[in-house]
Write a protein that binds this ligand. Structure first.
Ligand code: ATP
Ligand code: MG
Length: 573
C-alpha cells in the first residue's frame, strides 16, 4: 500500500542511468575461444586473465571468528584442481553434481570447478533432513555429491546403495569413509590448471529447487547463458562495481545465494563476504562495520528481525561504508524501507524475481526514486505486464488494476525446464507470456506493487484482498514485528481476514493490544478488508529461505493436510 512518500534519488545519492540491453550485455562477456559460453569462465577466469588475480574474491568469516581471504587467482586454481578431481573420476560434461555443505571455502571452489568442467551444479540447503536431500537428488539423477562426513553419515549413507546414478561422493576435509573420496588430499594432488570445458550458451549449468512456499519444490533448469543476466542485473539492480565489498546474506542452497552470492558479484569483479554463521543481529551489524561492506543484498525476514530488535541494537556501529542496500525474496513492507533509511542512512531497494526467472526482473535501481512498498520497475530488456488469465487466453490489464504478473520470455536466465515436469512447465506460458503466479498492480508511473501470491489471495464479500497490503498496515503499528494474513471461510462473507502477528522485543501480548491493532487496521483499510481476528504468535512458520508459509497457517487453521514440509524451518518435522 502506498505511503505517499517518495524517496528522491538525489536525496539517496544514487547515480544516473547506465547503458544496457541483452546484446550489449552478451558482448561484454569474454566467451570461450570456440564461441561458447561458460559461467565459471566469466565469473573467475576472465578476472584473472584481465590482471585482477591478486584481488580478493571471497572473504570467509568462520563461526568462531576465523577470517580467511581467497584471491581470484587462488579461487581459479582451486576450481581447476576441483575440476581435475572430477575428471580423474570420470565425471564430465552434463553430469550432475549436488552440494550439501555449509558456507565453507570448498563449496565455492566446487561450484566454480564443476561449472568449469561443464558439470551441472545443484546446491542443497545444508539443514535439509535425509528425505528432502534424497528426494532432490533422485529428481536430479545425481552423479556426484560434495558434502561433509557428518552430513554424509546422517543423511546419505543409509540409502546411497539405492541410488546407482551416484558414482562419486567427495567428502570435504582430509579423511573419508569407505566408498567416498576425501577432497582435501585429492585436490592437493591435482593440477591447478584445467582447460574449461567447451560449453555452449544453452548447455545446462544449474539445477535449483524452489523454496516450497506454495507446495512441493520444483527443479528449475538454468543454462550457462544465464550468466549474461547474472552479470548485467548485478550491475543494474545491485549497483555492483569492480572492487566493491559485497555481502549477499542468502545461502547458496537457494537461487539468490548462487546467482547473486557467487556468480554475479564475481562477474562484476567484487569482493564477496561469506559468513558461515546464521543470522544474529549483533554479528551482522559487526560484519557490516568491520568488513566495510558497500553493497548489501538481504531479505525482508532479516530486515524485520533487525527492526524487531530495535534501533538501540544498531547504535554505536559505523555503517558509513554502505552505498547500496537491496532486498529480495518476500514483499518488503514500506516500514522496512523507511527504517533502513533511518538506521543505515540508506533505504533498502526492493527487487523481485523467482527461481524460474534466474535473475532480478523488477527492481528499484539506483537511478530511480523509491516508492516505499513498491517492487520497482522492470529492468531494461524485461517486458512485464499485468494480465487476467482465462482458460486459454490472457488479457492485459491497465494501470491500477490487480492481475497476475507476467513477463515476455526471452531473457538469458529464463528457466529452460521444470525437471521431469514438462506439462507443468508448458502451463507457465500462455498467449506469449510467462505467468509468474504472483499478483501485482502497476501504477501510472510504471512502478509494480506486489499484492500476493495467486494462492494467497483472499475473497471477502466481493472484495479481492491481497495479504501484503493488510500485513503492511499491521506493521505500521509500533508494537508489530511481523504479520501474516490468511483468509478463513465465513458463511456470509465467503472468506474473512485473519492475521497472525509477532511483537517487537519487550512488548507484551494483551487483549487490549489486539483490539488496538484491529482498530488501527480498520481505520487504515476499512472494515471490509481489516482482519476480523488477530492472534499473537512467538514465531511464524517460514521456509528455510525465510518466506512466511501462509499455506501452512491456513492448513493448520482449517485442519487440512499440511502438505510438503521439506523446506519448513525450525519446527520439528
Ligand atoms: P515455490 O515456488 O516452491 O512455492 P517460492 O515461489 O517461494 O517457492 P522462490 O522461487 O524462491 O520460491 O521465490 C520466488 C517468489 O518469492 C516469488 O514468486 C514471489 O512470490 C516471492 N518474492 C520474491 N521477491 C519478492 C519481492 N521483492 N516482493 C514480493 N514477493 C517476492
Ligand atoms: Mg514459486
Amino acid at each position: 500500500m502506498s505511503t505517499g512518500i517518495i524517496l528522491k534519488r538525489d536525496m539517496i545519492g544514487n547515480p544516473a542511468k547506465l547503458e544496457t540491453g541483452w546484446q550489449a550485455a552478451r558482448s561484454r562477456m569474454a566467451g570461450l575461444p570456440d564461441g561458447g559460453l561458460n559461467m565459471a569462465h566469466e565469473a573467475v577466469d576472465r578476472q584473472v586473465m584481465a590482471g585482477n588475480g591478486a584481488q580478493t574474491a571471497l572473504i570467509f568469516l568462520g563461526r568462531e571468528g576465523q577470517r580467511h581471504e581467497m584471491s581470484y587467482a587462488e579461487l581459479a586454481g582451486n576450481a581447476a584442481r576441483f575440476a581435475n578431481v572430477l575428471k580423474a573420476h570420470g565425471i564430465g560434461k552434463g553430469d550432475r553434481l549436488f552440494l550439501l555443505s555449509g558456507r565453507v571455502p570448498a563449496l565455492y571452489a566446487a561450484t566454480i570447478g564443476a561449472l568449469k568442467a561443464g558439470v551441472v551444479v545443484s546446491p542443497l540447503f545444508a539443514a535439509f533432513g535425509p528425505e528432502p536431500v534424497r528426494a532432490r537428488m533422485q529428481i536430479g539423477q545425481a552423479n556426484v555429491l560434495v558434502t561433509t562426513e557428518a552430513q554424509f553419515h546422517h543423511k546419505v549413507a543409509a540409502w546411497r546403495s539405492e541410488m546407482p546414478s551416484l558414482r562419486l561422493v567427495l567428502i570435504i576435509g582430509e579423511e573419508a569413509p569407505e566408498g567416498c573420496v576425501a577432497l582435501g588430499p585429492a585436490m592437493a594432488a591435482a593440477p591447478d590448471v584445467f582447460e574449461t570445458q567447451a560449453t555452449s550458451a544453452e548447455d545446462m549449468a544449474l539445477l535449483h529447487f524452489t523454496s516450497g512456499t506454495t507446495g512441493l519444490p520444483k527443479g528449475v533448469v538454468h543454462v550457462h547463458q544465464a550468466v549474461v543476466a547474472h552479470a548485467e542485473t548485478g550491475r543494474l539492480a545491485l549497483d555492483l562495481r569492480p572492487g566493491d565489498i559485497y555481502w549477499c546474506t542468502a545461502d547458496p542452497g537457494w537461487v539468490t545465494g548462487m546467482s547473486y552470492g557467487i556468480i554475479s558479484p564475481l562477474c562484476n569483479g567484487a569482493t564477496v563476504v561469506v559468513d558461515e554463521a546464521e543470522f544474529d543481529v549483533d554479528r551482522w551489524y559487526s560484519i557490516l562495520e568491520r568488513e566495510r561492506v558497500q553493497v548489501w543484498y538481504t531479505a525482508p525476514t532479516a530486515i524485520r528481525m533487525m527492526l524487531r530488535a530495535g534501533d538501540m541494537a544498531a547504535e554505536g556501529f559505523d555503517f558509513s561504508a554502505l552505498r547500496f542496500l537491496a532486498s529480495v525474496g518476500e514483499p518488503l513492507n514500506a516500514e522496512c524501507v523507511l527504517w533502513g533509511n533511518h538506521v543505515f542512512g540508506k533505504p533498502f531497494h526492493d527487487n523481485w524475481w523467482q527461481t524460474e526467472t534466474g535473475g532480478i526482473m523488477i527492481a528499484n535501481t539506483p537511478d530511480m526514486d523509491i516508492k516505499p512498498g513498491a517492487m520497482g520497475k522492470p529492468l531494461p530488456g524485461i517486458e512485464a505486464g499485468i494480465i487476467d488469465r482465462n482458460e486459454e487466453t490472457v488479457v492485459e490489464q491497465p494501470d491500477g488494476v490487480i492481475g497476475e504478473l507476467a513477463l515476455r520470455p526471452g531473457w538469458p536466465s529464463m528457466m529452460r525446464a521444470y525437471l521431469g515436469q514438462p506439462e507443468r512447465y508448458a502451463k507457465c506460458f500462455v498467449g506469449g507470456w510467462y505467468l509468474t503466479g504472483d499478483l501485482a498492480m502497476r501504477d501510472s508511473d510504471g512502478y509494480y506493487w506486489f499484492v500476493g501470491r495467486a494462492d494467497d489471495l483472499i475473497k471477502s464479500s466481493g472484495h479481492l484482498i491481497g495479504p501484503f497490503e493488510v500485513e503492511s498496515v499491521l506493521l505500521e503499528h509500533p508494537a508489530v514485528a511481523e504479520a501474516a494474513v490468511i483468509g478463513i471461510p465465513d458463511e456470509t462473507a465467503g472468506e474473512v481476514v485473519k492475521a497472525f502477528v509477532t511483537l517487537k522485543a519487550g512488548i507484551a501480548q494483551s487483549g487490549a493490544l489486539e483490539k488496538e491493532l484491529r482498530g488501527h487496521a480498520r481505520k487504515r483499510l476499512g472494515a471490509a478488508v481489516a482482519p476480523r481476528e488477530i492472534v499473537f504468535r512467538e514465531t511464524l512458520p517460514r521456509t528455510r529461505s525465510g518466506k512466511i508459509m501462509r499455506r501452512l497457517l491456513r492448513a493448520r487453521e482449517l485442519g487440512l493436510p499440511e502438505g510438503d514440509l521439506s523446506t519448513l524451518e525450525g519446527e520439528s518435522r
